[in-house]
Write a protein that binds this ligand. Sequence first.
Ligand code: BES
Ligand code: MN
Ligand code: ZN
Length: 506
Amino acid sequence: MVQIGTREGAPEVIGTELLAVGVYRGESPPEPLAGAAAPAVESGDFSGKEGETVLLYGNGGLSAARLLLLGLGERGSFTLEKLRRAAATTAKKARDTGLREAVLVPPVSEGADVRSAAQAAAEGAALGLYRFTRYKTRGSGGSEGQEDGAADRELERFDLASADGNSAEALAQGAATGAATGAAALLARDLANEPASTATPEYLAETARGISARYGMETTILDRAAIEQEGLRGLATVGRSSSQEPRFIVLEHRGGGDEAPVVLVGKAITFDSGGISIKPAAGMENMKFDMGGGAAVLGTMEAVGALGLPLNVVALVPATENLPAGDAYKPGDVLTLHSGTSVEVISTDAEGRLILADALSYARRYSPAAVVDCATLTGACIVALGRHASGLMGNDEDLVAEVQAAGETAGERAWPLPLFEEYTEQIKGDTADIKNAGGRNAGALTAGAFLKEFADYPWAHLDVAGTAFGDTSPNAYTPKGASGNPARLLVEFLQARAQQNGEVGE
Ligand code: BES
Ligand code: MN
Ligand code: ZN
């Protein structure tokens, strides 16, 4: 994995294989880089348009072997998200050129927050360089459109250089944070990209044990018998027909004394065939990603440990396959879930809400300050928001706003959707208290309304069906396949909470 750090010294004296410098539209890089860039800028070949790059050689005045001009677009509309993408573009360009290391001078305007900029740049590089190559024997993992061969070499170092020495410490802190938040998303991607026959519920449990061993967290893993014993009937029932045993994974990070914890819940259906209400064959391979929520929660815990966040954080990951078999649960069955609520099964393909309901009522024992769940829950959410935002619902306006803000900062957008009483009406049961599907209309919201029945604390729900994975690459730092979303949103949410606590405590 690429090492991300910082380099000191003025850009022109940094010895590196590639020095990248951002240029706003219609501008030139600062002196003395301006001289080297002049022919490209003056000829009009390079205009500073967002995403544009030009690689220059033979720059007598510079210690760097190559100078990469990076278009940043209009100065006035530059954002951290654009910086994340620019850093990804730089890192991939260096790698695909066959280089071992590169240095980026992150554009930080005067008075701007150097630390946040460095974090965004480090994240962009780490995320952009990601490839899932475990099963490639023929070397071709290059970025899209890349030829075989050189593309398979990995970049070893990516450094940020500060233009003014004063910011060196903020730059280093930001780079370290960005490396940690990036790593959270990369772990989530790796878990989700892994085929379902490997990434089983026990595989996720093993990953959780690894995290807890690294950072001294508490782990509790319930197996099939313990899940039954605990009354997690939704999880036990969905998992009944699979020869892979279900797991209920609990990870507890204690960094906040005796404060009420934040509980994170992640749906981990390691493969969703739909069960007896079986899905069409086309695209079913994508249902290995149906544990993307759980993967993001585990990734988040990795970052929580690495950053040593001064908060109590509990992760709950109900994990199982959803398969048809002779002993599978059936449409029409009635289950009494962990909370005591009875549910009529309309569709065995609405399995996510059953296992999440159990986790949400299990969370009550912590008297949590807040609970955030994330799940690839409904196709309807993809219809509503596409891949551009996660659906965000909840029972507490402030918490919903907090989650939305964290998503905006992280570049993992989430957009609020309503949970009107009418959606709850749609899932009122005939045979049981409620039913697990509310008809075609407002599918993301009836799913949210279902979960709301089990949350008796401040709660927010992220439907990440459209954002956790996809078969195209949505931006320079997100390849096709698993995105890791919403791991960085969750880390940002927790960091912001930790910081708030700190300020209140001062
Ligand atoms: N895992 C799916 C939702 C999903 C679909 C995620 C496509 C990502 C891409 C979920 O378990 C599901 O099947 N939901 C059903 C619910 C319906 C039966 C009420 C759906 O969305 O069709
Ligand atoms: Mn399903
Ligand atoms: Zn599912």
